[in-house]
Design a protein around this ligand. Structure first.
Ligand code: AQP
Length: 327
């Protein structure tokens, strides 16, 4: 069985991009892989998040993931900060990665905007992400398209470390879904849907009420030429709607476009398909939300399993670089 690892930040309400780009595929992967899924709370500290909000959103994220179908009997679900080896390995990898490599990361350029006041953590974020992955000897990392560059960096760091110190790490591959890999903002279809960018009408939460989903899809930005066809370059808003329909019905956006003459009809079907696809998740979430004690218990069990694997890898890496084992 391949080992799979992926993570999600509890930096806000999870949205359709997180669902179709990541979470839905995690649920499928737990059947065919030895899967580790991590709520990356340390990564969320790179945003301006209130302590209480971070704590609440970490548990919210766990509830969403369990409601989506992650089964703690089939996968290991845990919170990143419960496994201190993530921070320990990050230092070893920071002494392997270079400033030039981190400067080239487009997510840092987009979010940091080249300002002097930007947090160091935002700059070194990809190294923490590399530690998240390498600690678990992951063969595959299911991510949305936006994480492709970070994955490439993880591979380079692993190869460099292995070349210098011997084969400590498994070099992972990114697995990027064919449909839903890049869900765009409904109001600004040139940029991805995101938790941390405020765009209330452009972002649809996984748990959003059906009427809200309908309202947002109805108001989604399209274009004025009136022809329904899948053309992400010149018709990004429409292409995004067709991709959402494809992701929620297991269809192909190019083919689905042929069924429509009018934008209004397409929007109605997109909203209905999204509401239907998310209905079971919303129902299960309500049950889990009412029993957060049980959710915390499951996270505790996940942390124990994760620590076992992570501590073993960290000990090998620490030994390889020459850190003296505790007498
Ligand atoms: N718009 C998206 N389309 C497809 N996949 C997406 N992902 C995120 N946005 C989209 C995928 O969701 C997983 C978890 O993402 P993350 O929480 O690590 O953060 P992110 O990639 O930086 O996404 P966000 O939601 O925009 O968070 P913020 O705003 O907090 O940075 C990843 O697999 C990601 O590819």
């Amino acid at each position: 069985m391949p080992r799979v690892l992926s993570g999600i930040q509890p930096s806000g309400d999870l949205h359709l991009g997180n669902y179709f780009g990541a979470v839905r595929n995690w649920v499928a992967d737990q059947e065919r892989a030895d899967a580790f899924y991590c709520i990356v709370d340390l990564h969320a500290l790179t945003t301006s998040i209130e302590p209480g909000q971070l704590r609440r959103q970490t548990v919210d994220a766990a509830c969403v993931l369990l409601a989506a179908g992650l089964d703690p009997n089939q996968c290991t679900l845990f919170v990143q900060s419960h496994v201190p080896a993530h921070q320990q390995l990050t230092w070893l990898l920071e002494c392997t990665a270079t400033v030039g490599e981190l400067r080239r990361m487009t997510q840092f350029k987009d979010k940091g905007g080249g300002q002097e006041t930007v947090r160091v953590g935002l700059f070194t974020y990809p190294v923490l992400m590399a530690a998240d992955i390498l600690l678990y000897n992951a063969d595959q990392v299911p991510v949305g398209d936006d994480q492709r560059q970070h994955l490439e960096l993880t591979r380079e760091i692993a190869i460099r470390f292995n070349n210098r110190y011997g084969g400590v790490f498994t070099v992972p591959e990114a697995t990027i879904p064919k449909v839903g890999a890049r869900v765009m903002d409904l109001q600004h279809p040139e940029r991805k849907m995101s938790k941390s960018v405020s765009s209330p009408l452009g972002t649809v939460g996984i748990l959003e009420a059906p009427e809200e989903i309908e309202r947002k899809i109805k108001k989604a930005v399209t274009d004025t030429d009136g022809e329904v066809r899948y053309d992400p370059e010149s018709k990004p808003g429409l292409a995004n709607l067709l991709s959402l329909l494809a992701a929620s019905t297991d269809g192909r956006p190019e083919q689905l476009a042929e069924n429509y003459d009018r934008y209004g009809d397409l929007k109605k079907d997109v909203a209905a398909a999204l509401i239907e696809a998310l209905r079971p998740l919303r129902e299960r979430y309500a049950e889990l939300d009412a029993d957060r004690g049980e959710v915390l218990r499951l996270l505790g069990l996940g942390a124990v399993q994760a620590r076992e694997v992570a501590n073993e890898t960290y000990a090998r890496a620490a030994d390889a670089v020459g850190l003296l084992a505790e007498p």
